[in-house]
Design a protein around this ligand. Structure first.
Ligand SMILES: Cc1cc2nc3c(=O)[nH]c(=O)nc-3n(C[C@H](O)[C@H](O)[C@H](O)COP(=O)(O)OP(=O)(O)OC[C@H]3O[C@@H](n4cnc5c(N)ncnc54)[C@H](O)[C@@H]3O)c2cc1C
Length: 576
């Protein structure tokens, strides 16, 4: 199936239909089309149009009306939709490398439609496919066309039933047998079953499997990835020695078949070890171009970070959806007002603005952060593929790992809280399933857990920052990093030493000198502040038009500066 037209005859930004929102839109102090073009660029807008119009006119993507689908039926339909996305060929193989931004945009479009579809597509093409590409070598490139043609369908199996965060404790083993030049994969018991693996429940034929690699003599070389066939692509029956199945209903994303697998002495060829950072010779000797385990682990952090960078984008997409629903509703929902006059749209109440607008600001800030992190990640991937073993590349890997870990936590938690605020801001209608806020809340939730639990990830970023400070010590080298996001540590004694004193509520209202989105109420990381009564009354009608409120530079709530901010604060910390 040919990809739908993106050409010039497609109207890039059609006017929305005239309806109840028209009055609020007409009061905007800026041109939304110019803003959209500025934020996205014409190429992205055209690409999004092409994807959305294809889905809109294809009956396979029509949302079923009436009662919910059974999980079985939903998963079947989700696979058919995923297959259709490949048939549309939105992302031809050559484009994935040439225009990587298209991947990000396509996942955003699919997620806007349904996260079960986006994650299914993403896990197969990007998590499975790109791990093979970035962790393997030429001998594995044979898999790439099969991934695009769906001859094989993939998943990524790291977590086990009894270990997720503590990956070092993973117990699936891969013993090398030099007599047959094969690895023998084995799960010692049920607790070592691979678990939670997206696509593994019903549809995956292959997996990237992480196992502890042993060479003859019993030496363990740590976790390594292998490509393993788990089902027959024609019948979908399990391969000999593999026990595989579905883990059951989840809180959300139920169109995705998450699964488990146990391996009983399954033999795979030596060549199916993904060998970019370490390999085993036919005779059974372990070889690695990396001098020590730490350096090898550092090089593999790049591929782990990629998933987290994508989750930042997924969480931002959820915020965009929830904010659009809640703000549009609030601009048209009217409650209370002067006797005898028309009631006031709830968006004009300062309290509604106080609850929603900081999340709107966070959406823009995180969207920008997500895009810039994606570009930084791309730079790192180029270095990895070019086998760059320089100190700068290693530092970049550590910095992006720290940024992606903190960024994923910040974005997914902000989305979690933002969606909930949007749900409540829509009153009872926010609780009606058709309005989607419940589905968004449930589908966003695992963003806080997969690819690393947020709490554990924050510890990883803290470790990174503390290790830089430790390395600096008294009289040590300056704290520097390739992306300059940690340079602020140089002035940490000054930052920690500063105190805010606000003798009166008016001082607290004075926002001059405070970075704008830094201290929104309800955002994670915002503590303390002077007790100032919340505004309950509607703002004066003449001054509180929704459009103007959005553009008003004055904060809608008291802003209490945290201990001062050095001009050298890293851009990611500014969103904290
Ligand atoms: C929807 C979904 C899809 C998934 N898809 C996949 C997939 O495709 N492939 C895959 O391999 N995995 C997948 N996972 C697994 C996921 O990566 C793990 O669930 C995640 O890494 C957390 O591990 P865990 O569940 O073992 O939690 P645990 O590590 O057991 O953590 C439990 C709790 O303990 C806390 N904790 C743990 N260690 C510490 C510590 N040192 N200090 C303080 N607190 C700590 C954590 O914060 C957490 O709150 C998926 C999970 C979900 C929910």
């Amino acid at each position: 199936m040919a990809p739908p037209e993106e050409g010039s005859d497609v109207l890039v930004l059609p006017d929305p239909p005239r309806g109840p929102l028209h009055a609020a839109r007409a009061r905007a102090s800026f041109c939304w089309k110019e803003l959209a073009l500025f934020l996205e660029g014409e190429d992205v807008l055209r690409f999004k149009n092409a994807v959305f119009s294809a889905l809109e006119s294809d009956p396979l993507f029509a949302h079923p009306r009436g009662s919910d689908l059974s999980v079985e039926k939903y998963q079947e339909l989700n696979f058919l939709r995923c297959k259709r996305i490949f048939e549309y060929d939105f992302l031809p193989m050559e484009d994935v490398l040439g225009s990587p931004w298209r991947i990000r945009v396509l996942v955003e479009c699919l997620g806007m439609y349904d996260w079960s579809l986006a994650t299914k597509f993403f896990l197969h093409l990007l998590t499975f496919g790109s791990t093979i590409y970035s962790s393997g070598s030429e001998r594995h490139f044979k898999y790439i066309p099969k991934i695009f043609s769906l001859e094989i369908f993939g998943c990524f199996a790291l977590t086990e039933l009894s270990h997720g965060s503590n990956t070092k404790a993973i117990r699936t083993t891969a013993h090398y047998d030099p007599t047959t030049e094969e690895f023998i994969l084995h799960s010692p018991d049920f607790e070592a079953a691979k678990f939670w693996v997206g696509n593994m429940g019903k549809t995956a034929t292959h997996t990237v499997l992480f196992a502890q690699l042993y060479t003859p003599g019993g030496q363990c070389h740590g976790l390594h990835p292998f490509v393993v066939q788990i089902r027959d692509p024609k019948t979908l029956l399990p391969m000999p020695g593999v026990m595989v199945g579905n883990i059951g209903k989840k809180l959300g994303q139920n169109g995705l078949d998450n699964g488990f697998a146990l391996f009983h002495k399954v033999r795979i060829p030596r060549q199916d070890l993904l060998n970019r950072t370490g390999d085993v010779t036919p005779e059974g000797a372990y070889v690695s171009s990396f001098k020590d385990v730490r350096q090898r682990f550092g090089a593999s952090l790049g591929s782990l970070s990629a998933g987290r960078v994508s989750i930042v984008g997924m969480a931002v997409t959820n915020l965009k959806l929830a904010m659009s629903i809640a703000l549009r509703f609030s601009a048209t929902r009217r409650q209370f007002g002067p006797t005898g006059e028309e009631e006031v749209p709830v968006l004009e109440y300062q309290m509604q603005q106080w609850r929603l607008l900081p999340y709107l600001a966070a959406t823009y800030a995180l969207d920008h952060f997500s895009k810039s992190l994606f570009l930084d990640m791309e730079k790192l991937q180029h270095g990895l593929l070019g086998n760059d073993q320089s100190a700068t590349q290693a530092e970049l890997g550590r910095e992006i790992h720290a940024l992606a870990s903190a960024g994923k936590s910040l974005a997914s938690w902000t989305a979690q809280r933002g969606i909930q605020e949007c749900r409540e801001a829509c009153g009872g209608h926010g609780y009606l399933a058709v309005n989607r806020l419940g589905e968004l809340r449930n589908d966003n939730d695992p963003n806080c857990t997969y690819e690393g639990d947020n709490n554990v990830l924050l510890q990883q970023t803290s470790n990174y920052l503390l290790s830089l400070l430790e390395r600096r010590g008294p009289g040590g080298p300056r704290v520097e990093s390739p992306l300059k996001t940690v340079d602020f540590l140089e002035s940490y004694p000054d930052i920690l030493g500063r105190r805010f004193t606000g003798p009166s509520p008016e001082d607290c209202w004075d926002s001059s000198g405070v970075p704008l989105p830094l201290l929104g109420p309800g955002l994670p990381g915002v503590h303390g502040g002077a007790e100032v009564p919340r505004a309950h009354a509607p703002a004066p009608r003449a001054a509180s038009a929704a459009g103007r409120a959005l553009a008003d530079e004055r904060p809608l709530h008291p802003v209490v500066p945290e201990p001062a901010h050095s001009p050298a604060l890293p851009r990611w910390l500014l969103f904290w």
